[in-house]
Design a protein. Structure first.
Lengths: 287, 365
């Protein structure tokens, strides 16, 4: 048997053709990102021809990320929306997860399924629907930051519910019963026992919400009003069609790093404190 | 005596299933009370109702004269040791034990003192700063015990607390638990499916089956004077014989089995008609084939199991019933090879007539 075929067909090893497929896939998905990041460091205006290494598009005096007011405003607005979305969606999602998990009445199955709908609804549908909502049904609210935050909370909430409920199921009712048995009234069962046990899932879901919020384009775009409510993804989209410079790559790189750090943080917290069962957050990271 | 519990027509229904079917149990204060039965017999549901985790469908739970059936668990003066211990994984041993003291309004000094006392009681002094994941199963069990006992409950509920431990540790903890109970004088309500555990530890045992109490009494009573086939079978190997009961000698009962008649003086001797009688393996005497006298039946050794210090013989007697018996491995000449013909002596005072059972056939494991 030839060397390569023998290596592939070794019945005692893990299926190696799966490893080959995996490596090819990872290369396919990472190479374009890598190239985009590389050209953020190009010493020239081209986004296709390499002209030497420089950080001018990050810190340079003209046209760089740190000296472009439009980019800065978009960056600040993106972070603000992200934090606002985390602050609203996380507590709300935890409360919903607790309620849904403990609710065993008629109709609970339907509600559980409905919680998953935002995960599979095409975002464009949700964006259009939300736009109509704010224009026709609640015109008083208008478009802008509030509408954007409400829109993002609407679709990120499901992720919080899914992640926290996964943890709730694995924790079970026993710890609450033990707390009650030792004399803790219901609010203490929640505060002294359940929430600390859910903390890894809560932190992980907050990070996922943040990552989803700062990356979101469709809903945020539909619900924006003027330049002050432009986010980084919107800016990237607009300038990619105009006269792009490597500054575009630079801000994309910054966003990429922020997102990756957030998700790495979520993953680490969940792994470290929830005892290895990272399936829920891993599933959420697949989006 | 504090810590007295009366269950009065206590019933729990889950959807269509009746888990606990109108049971009445008296648990005297300060005793080691065991609910024994196979899984699904309702013992754990009963315990959970006493703890307050399940709300009874109907009936009363009287704790020291007051009905607590509708009292939420955090307001009941009973504490539980869970089957899986349920130690809080985010707290260390000392904080686990101190958890409930907050609700008894203890000062910091008192809390520290009582935690230290409780840990000393379960011989875990020095483990205060450990997390539960850093403890062995036996140690976790002791922490769970300390966490409950530190609150000085009137009743301690234990849900198969030894189930997850290995055999040797179980034996040691059985003795320790019993000693602890005797020392503290607290009522222990213990749930188990292990008949040996129940017999060795308890002052009183309730044997449960299908959501009902089959029999309650001291370990000796339920073992030696089982009233139903189920109890006889669940509490160790029992041999059942079928026969027709008629009036016998000395107020006893005569069991007709084919051409043979056995005298029985124990149990429901006033029963007539088709009945079952039981005899413990250790009460059967194996004699050489052809031995004569009252209450003797011939049989064939079907199997002979070597146990080291004894042989367990499975003997098929005339009439078709299979009896198990023990023969000491003491060198005495007894027919014990498979296929050998023997005579079994079934003493009249060891044959117990069981009341025609209203209960189902035994399903014991």
């Amino acid at each position: 048997m030839s060397g390569l075929l023998g290596w592939l067909r070794n019945p005692w090893a893990r299926p190696r053709w799966l490893a080959v497929v995996a490596v090819l896939y990872i290369a396919w998905s990472i190479v374009p990102v890598g190239i985009a990041v590389l050209f953020a460091f190009n010493n020239g205006r081209s986004r296709t021809t390499w002209q030497g290494f420089s950080t001018r598009w990050f810190t340079g005096a003209t046209g760089s990320v740190f000296h472009d007011p439009a980019l800065q405003s978009a960056f600040k607005h993106t972070l603000f929306l992200g934090l606002l979305c985390v602050a609203v969606a996380t507590p709300l999602g935890v409360a919903l997860a607790l309620g849904l998990q403990r609710w065993r009445g008629p109709g609970s199955g339907v509600v559980n399924t409905m919680m998953l709908l935002p995960l599979v609804t095409p975002e464009i549908v949700m964006g259009v629907a939300l736009l109509l909502l704010f224009l026709k049904i609640f015109p008083g609210l208008g478009l802008g930051t509030t509408a954007q935050a409400i829109g993002q909370v609407t679709f990120t909430l499901s992720y919080v519910v899914v992640i926290v409920r996964g943890r709730l199921v694995s924790v079970g009712r026993e710890y609450e019963e033990a707390a009650a048995d030792l004399g803790a009234p219901p609010h203490d069962q929640l505060l002294r026992v359940l929430l600390p046990l859910l903390a890894p899932a809560i932190i992980a879901s907050a990070a996922v919400v943040f990552a989803l919020s700062i990356d979101d384009f469709v809903v945020t775009q539909y619900l924006s009003s003027d330049a002050s409510t432009t986010t980084v993804p919107m800016l990237l989209y607009a300038s990619a069609r105009g006269a792009p410079t490597p500054a575009l790559n630079a801000i994309a790189t910054v966003m990429l790093v922020v997102t990756l750090l957030t998700l790495a943080f979520a993953f680490f917290v969940y792994r470290r404190f929830a005892g290895g069962s990272s399936a829920a957050v891993a599933a959420a990271l697949e989006v | 005596m504090q810590g007295e519990i009366q269950l009065e027509s206590l019933t729990k229904r889950f959807a269509d299933v009746v888990a606990v079917d109108s049971i009445d149990i008296d648990m005297p204060g300060g005793e080691f009370f065991t609910m024994l039965g196979p899984s699904g017999c309702g013992k754990t549901t009963t315990l959970r109702m006493i703890a307050g985790f399940e709300r009874p469908t109907s009936g009363r739970i009287v704790l020291d004269g007051a009905d607590v059936a509708q009292t939420p668990p955090h307001k009941r003066n009973v504490n539980t040791v869970f089957q899986s211990y349920a130690l809080f994984p985010h707290l260390d041993v000392a904080k686990n034990v101190a958890f409930g003291l907050k609700y008894q309004r203890c000062t910091k000094d008192e809390t520290r003192r009582r935690v230290a006392e409780a840990l000393e009681l379960v011989q875990l002094t020095g483990f205060e700063a450990r997390k539960s994941s850093q403890l062995s199963g036996g140690q976790q069990q002791r922490v769970a015990l300390a966490r409950a006992l530190v609150l000085r409950p009137r009743v301690l509920l234990l849900d198969e607390p030894l189930g997850a431990l290995d055999a040797r540790l179980r034996k040691n903890l059985q003795v320790e638990l019993k000693a602890l109970q005797a020392e503290l004088g607290i009522t222990f309500v213990f749930v188990t499916h292990d008949q040996e555990e129940a017999l060795t530890m308890s002052d009183r045992v309730a044997v449960m089956n299908g959501g009902r109490v089959e029999q309650a009494g001291s370990p000796r009573e339920v073992y030696e004077e089982p009233q139903t086939v189920f109890v006889a079978d669940f509490l160790g190997v029992s041999n059942l014989l079928s026969g027709e009961a008629t009036a016998g000698d000395n107020g006893g009962c005569a069991l007709r089995m084919g051409e043979r008649t056995l005298q029985a003086t124990q149990g429901a001797t006033s029963a007539r008609g088709q009945v079952k009688a039981m005899i413990r393996p250790e009460r059967i005497v194996v004699e050489a084939h052809g031995a004569t006298g009252d209450n003797r039946v011939p049989g064939l050794v079907e199997r002979s199991v070597f146990l080291g210090n004894a042989f367990e013989l499975h003997v098929r007697i005339v009439g078709g019933d299979l009896l198990k018996t023990m023969v000491a491995n003491d060198g005495s000449v007894t027919e014990r090879e498979e296929g050998a013909a023997v005579t079994l002596y079934l003493p009249a005072d060891a044959l117990r007539v069981l009341a025609p059972a209203t209960s189902a056939e035994p399903t014991a494991s």
